[in-house]
Write a protein that binds this ligand. Structure first.
Ligand SMILES: Nc1ncnc2c1ncn2[C@@H]1O[C@H](COP(=O)(O)OP(=O)(O)OP(=O)(O)O)[C@@H](O)[C@H]1O
Length: 369
């Protein structure tokens, strides 16, 4: 998974910075709200919209599950939405594919505003452009693996031969060759989720949504499945929106991470950016256990070049993760030169490397800028 910085992104709508100018985002979310309760639509635009979730509920009985969320996801990006239980993740992902109706705001997928299309068009978009992988797999128990994988193709009217061909391709892709004729209850949890993945990929969607897909799995299987997502993303390059409450999972999978609390977006950026510059104490607390040397990149530990600095050290890219740079950096008698597009943009000396690496051994030590 590539780590990208968000240095140049628009402050208004977080979007991946390296999207080519003029290219259309895979997903664009603007001012999205979901308030559960009577007369919820009257709240937006009124003073009550500013209330905290608890105060709003006490005053009106309504729950603001998702509050004024905006972001963009670029084609091929893995975008993770992370938050504790009740932060609004499940509601948000269901708004994205309009499994539930928003109270306000818009969701645009590949240029189509799914928040305003007709139900027929929405059905068609769900069949062709989106797929979802669920926590509890959602497989049809009386169908064999191959027929579960082919389900979405069947719904959209593909020929039997084409369904079989495509489903077999996906079964092979997720490593289930030989299990085509098994039934879901004959498979382990991890294997069942592979079937869920194959089924989602079979329809060749523009965007894949994952709602805590590995929460029900044992930790070791969970790690395997995360690796599987990294591998599959590398192979198929799909745009993915991934919901999790697990920060390690978010860091492992996400090109960028959106952190939610009480329905609101607290921060959105790369793992490195969030670890280096947590938006508030809530995020700081979240990332305090993260092994910083494995997440921070040279961009976040470099210093401006001073006239007295030696320029004879090794040259490295600013997106090199600190622990990967550490060996070469510490072996050199000269500081690392951080070079981007042929231009020297900073210097990293041994002390800066050690500050990050040693901080891992001493919880509570500040790192980053
Ligand atoms: N249908 C509903 N009616 C009323 N309140 C709801 C409804 N669905 C969700 N909520 C409330 O909205 C808030 C956000 O819930 P949501 O399930 O989206 O959070 P979450 O981050 O996905 O949590 P979890 O990981 O526990 O599922 C919670 O306070 C929840 O009680």
């Amino acid at each position: 998974m590539t780590i990208r910085t968000t240095d140049t992104q628009s402050p208004d709508i977080p979007g991946a910075p390296d999207a080519a100018a003029g290219s259309q985002p895979a997903l664009k979310v603007e001012g999205l709200w979901k308030i559960f309760g009577a007369k919820a639509d009257k709240i937006i635009g009124s003073g009550d919209a500013e209330l905290s979730r608890t105060d709003l509920q006490a005053k009106t009985g309504c729950v603001a599950a998702v509050k004024d969320i905006s972001f963009e996801v670029q084609p091929g990006e893995v975008f993770v939405i992370m938050g504790l239980s009740g932060s609004g993740k499940s509601t948000l992902v269901r708004l994205l594919n309009r499994l539930i109706e928003p109270t306000d705001g818009s969701v645009v997928i590949n240029g189509e505003e799914i928040t305003s299309v007709s139900s027929g068009k929405l059905r068609d978009m769900r069949r062709r452009h989106m797929a979802m992988v669920f926590q509890h797999f959602g497989l049809l128990p009386h169908r064999k693996v191959i027929d579960n994988v082919a389900y979405g193709l069947e719904v959209r009217g593909e020929s039997k031969a084409e369904r079989r061909r495509r489903a077999q391709e996906m079964v092979d892709l997720v490593g289930l060759s030989g299990y085509e004729n098994s039934f879901p209850d004959q498979l382990s949890g991890g294997m069942q989720q592979r079937v869920g993945l194959a089924r989602a990929l079979a329809v060749d969607p523009q965007v894949l949504f994952f709602d805590e897909p590995f929460s029900a799995l044992d930790p070791l299987i969970r790690r395997d499945m995360q690796d599987e997502i990294v591998r599959l993303h590398h192979e198929v390059g799909k745009t993915m929106v991934f919901i999790t409450h697990d920060l390690q999972e978010a860091i492992k999978l996400g090109d960028r991470i959106l952190i939610m609390r009480d329905g609101e977006m607290v921060q959105c950026g790369t793992a490195a950016e969030i670890v280096a510059h947590p938006a508030d104490d809530y995020v700081r607390d979240f990332v305090s256990e993260v092994p910083k040397g494995h997440v921070l990149t040279l961009r976040y530990v470099m210093q401006p070049v001073r006239p007295s600095d030696s320029l004879e050290g090794p040259a490295m890219d600013p997106d090199t993760v600190v622990w990967k740079a550490a060996r070469a950096a510490l072996a050199s008698a000269h500081p690392v030169r951080v070079v981007e597009n042929g231009e020297l943009i900073g210097i990293v000396d041994d002390e800066a490397i050690l500050r990050v690496v040693v901080a891992e051994e001493e919880p509570g030590t500040e790192t980053g800028e």
